[in-house]
Write a protein that binds this ligand. Structure first.
Ligand code: BGC
Length: 730
């Protein structure tokens, strides 16, 4: 009885103190909206506190810079305001998992997800969400509350060194996957960014590249990807890019940041700069809210210079207050105040690795399979595995997104090199060995390994085996683009010799984008495994031996040659350092397959393409017009194995204008003989063109043509519907 009374009075006391804390800190009232809470808190800030919120350092040791005090250590840090209970922003990169740049947290690893292109190849938003949730959970346990994820730049050039981090060439596909990934992160009570706003389309001289594009085309392509991903994902922050867009640096671009993002789209979160992308204090007047990674800029513009500018009235105090309020608003919205992040939580790396494996397996694209060479017969007596460091693990891409797995990378092959990105230039192999996984899948076979350094030795190994599995690796990394579409270090010659020596050769590609495959005719089978993450070796073996029926589809066109692109010579390449140059995006909104539809060129493999161990057929197309187009059809598994298909719906004509745009897709799992009805309704903006002068979307109205198919170049069902003319807000 006495104990009960004591417990009751303690409860009453703590309720009372919570209530008084709430009166003292009214912004802690969870019944208020994030906007109301941010406004209440922001009013309390001093000028110095506001300034403190809008800039911050890198939190990794590089170029003699020390980790800032209080920072856990990763990409960036914004100190908190303890008197008001504002937590510090602990920021980590997270495109493919929580990073540990340059080992700033000694011994700390994280689950490596497969590359963005692999995720995009799944065409599966559920897997994107689950990957995001892995990142969010691990970030939380490590003490990070901002994740620099959500890379949604469209793949406009197959050589772009960061294509592997992004989600392919189509705005609808990329936007939906990015939104799901962002939701997965933010549902763990962590802020996610979306980046790099906008048109960071190549890495070569990225600080000096001026992306030139027509406004309408921009709205219908890269900006549309951002717009839809922001609407559906609600990221707390947008990271502006290194490059210029139509003459203004992205982070000081009033049109992009004020007119489009905060104006037309009504974005309520904050704009943070990329690391070293701020060139002046007045960027705050142009829409930037926070200077990140400030040691990389010429000055800490948003520190003392901004304070002085506010004091002199050159920057209105209200604008600084707006920037601070936006940061606080996203912190409230994500739950940073109500469920503060504290380091030291437990992480189930095994469970997370299985999530990474499921996505990586579904991302594998089967490009060629001569006479059912795959899946490999478990009865094969000898298998020669060649090249690609397959004895150690699977390749990953380099740069700020590089994840170090728990226990460290299995093998690190330094590439050397100078400059800012020099320290990041190493090939890291996640310790999931394809060789070991192949041995496990074929326990009765003799499986040999040849490292592929000597062509003659590899050929001898290939000739002595029933089956060959030869790897082709293309390391890609931030800060540089691929020189061309070859596999580096003479691997094309190696694969040509091996595929000529044994017709049962399966080529497994681990690339950051399309490659030319000059040996394609001789190859028995080709599998694109991308950078496949924590359990990539197992994912590859699952597909090779048929434990999983491949269902990946290409999220970007694999061209026959670079001459099929509008910029065969890479802009900026060969120019003296620090020379500004234009990247003329003359293809406009016709990125990737959309342009192939215009030029009529035949790619090596089209967007959306990928084989299965079963077959699918489409029938019974029904179209409904009106305010948009609703497309329904049947998908049937006509083969003998269970499998997943990615039926794709394309707009092929809009009121007499021929074009090609992906307006919907689905991922369906079907047993042999099973049929499922799929229905998609197009987002009307995909039917529209952007009217730059009138600042609105215009659906002309009239007859709209639609096709359903297995890729952009394989359209099985075709039909038309009448769509009503309408305009939509920008
Ligand atoms: C990259 C960003 C990244 C930042 C912080 C920059 O080099 O472009 O994507 O978030 O570094 O590491």
């Amino acid at each position: 009885m006495i104990r009960l009374t004591t417990a009751a009075s303690i409860a009453a006391l703590s309720l009372a103190s919570a209530a008084s804390a709430q009166t003292a800190q009214p912004w802690m009232n969870t019944k208020l909206s994030p906007d109301e809470r941010a406004a209440l808190l922001e009013k309390e800030l001093t000028l110095d506190e506001r300034i403190g919120l809008v800039h911050g350092p890198m939190s990794m040791p590089i170029f003699g810079i020390k980790k800032p005090e209080g920072a856990i250590g990763s990409a960036g840090y914004i100190p908190g305001i303890s008197r008001l209970g504002v937590p510090a922003l602990e920021e980590s990169d997270a495109s493919l998992g929580v990073t540990n740049p340059l080992g700033v947290r000694p011994g700390d690893g994280a689950t490596a997800l497969a590359s963005g292109l692999s995720l995009a190849a799944t065409f599966n938003t559920k897997l994107a969400y689950e990957g995001g949730a892995v990142v969010g959970r691990e970030a939380r346990a490590k003490g990070f509350n901002v994740q620099l994820a959500g890379g949604v730049n469209l793949a406009r050039d197959p050589r772009n060194g960061r294509n592997f981090e992004y989600l392919g060439e189509d705005p609808w596909l990329a936007a939906n996957l990015a939104a799901a990934q962002i939701r997965g992160i933010q549902d763990q009570g962590i802020v996610s960014t979306i980046k790099h706003f906008s048109l960071n389309g190549q890495e070569t001289s990225r600080h000096f590249a001026n992306s030139v594009i027509d406004e309408a085309a921009h709205r219908e392509s890269d900006l549309l990807a951002f717009q839809i991903a922001i609407e559906k994902g609600q990221p707390g922050s947008v990271m502006c890019a290194y490059n210029l867009v139509n003459g203004d640096y992205s982070c000081g671009n009033p049109h992009l940041l004020k007119d489009v993002l905060k104006g037309d789209w009504g974005y309520k979160g904050w704009v943070m700069s990329d690391w070293g992308a701020v060139h002046a204090t007045d960027y705050i007047l142009k829409g930037l809210d926070q200077q990140s990674g400030e040691q990389l800029d010429a000055k800490i513009w948003f520190g003392e210079p901004l304070k002085a500018a506010v004091e002199k009235g050159e920057v209105p105090a209200a604008r600084l207050a707006d920037a601070s309020r936006r940061i606080l608003r996203s912190m409230f919205a994500a739950g940073l105040f109500d469920k503060p992040v504290t380091p030291g939580g437990a992480i189930d790396y095994d469970a997370n690795a299985q999530i990474a494996r499921a996505a990586a397996t579904e991302g594998v694209v089967l490009l060629k399979n001569r006479e059912g060479l795959l899946p490999l017969a478990k009865t094969a007596k000898t298998i020669a595995v060649i090249g690609g460091h397959a004895d150690a693990g699977v390749l990953s891409g380099g740069g700020s997104s590089q994840v170090v797995p728990p226990g460290g990378a299995k093998r690190v092959v330094p590439l050397g090199g100078e400059g800012m990105m020099g320290p990041f230039r190493s090939q890291y192999f996640n310790g999931s060995s394809p060789l070991a996984a192949i041995r496990k899948a074929a326990p009765d076979a003799k499986v040999t390994f040849d490292d592929g350094r000597y062509v003659a030795s590899a050929v001898a190994a290939a000739k002595a085996a029933d089956i060959v599995v030869v790897f082709g690796n293309q390391w890609m990394g931030e800060g540089e683009d691929a020189f061309d579409l070859s596999l580096p270090n003479g691997q094309d010659e190696l694969i040509a010799a091996v595929t000529a020596a044994n017709p049962n050769a399966v080529v497994v590609l681990q690339t950051g984008g399309p490659v030319a495959m000059p040996w394609l005719n001789d190859a028995g089978a080709v599998v694109e495994a991308w950078y496949s993450g924590a359990k990539g070796g197992e994912a590859i073996a699952d597909v090779l031996f048929g434990a999983v029926n491949p269902s990946g589809r290409l999220p970007m066109t694999f061209p026959a040659s670079l001459s099929q692109y509008p910029r065969e010579a890479l802009p900026g390449r060969g120019l003296p350092e620090k020379t500004q140059f234009d990247v003329p995006y003359i293809e406009g909104a016709d990125v990737g397959y959309r342009r192939f539809a215009v030029t009529g060129d035949k790619p090596l493999f089209p967007f959306g393409y990928g084989l299965s161990y079963t077959t699918f057929a489409y029938s019974n197309l029904k179209l409904e017009g009106g305010a948009s187009v609703t497309v329904s059809f049947d998908v049937a598994n006509t083969g003998r194995r269970e499998g997943k298909d990615v039926p794709q719906v394309y707009l092929t004509g809009a009121a007499g204008k021929p074009l090609q745009r992906l307006i919907g897709f689905d991922k369906v799992s079907l047993k042999p003989g099973e049929t499922r009805r799929v229905t998609v309704t197009a987002d009307p903006r995909l039917l529209a063109s952007f009217d730059a002068k009138g600042r609105r979307w215009v659906v002309t109205g009239g007859d709209y043509q639609v096709a359903v198919g297995a890729s952009a170049a394989d359209l099985a069902l075709k039909g038309g519907a009448k769509v009503k003319a309408r305009t939509l807000k920008p």
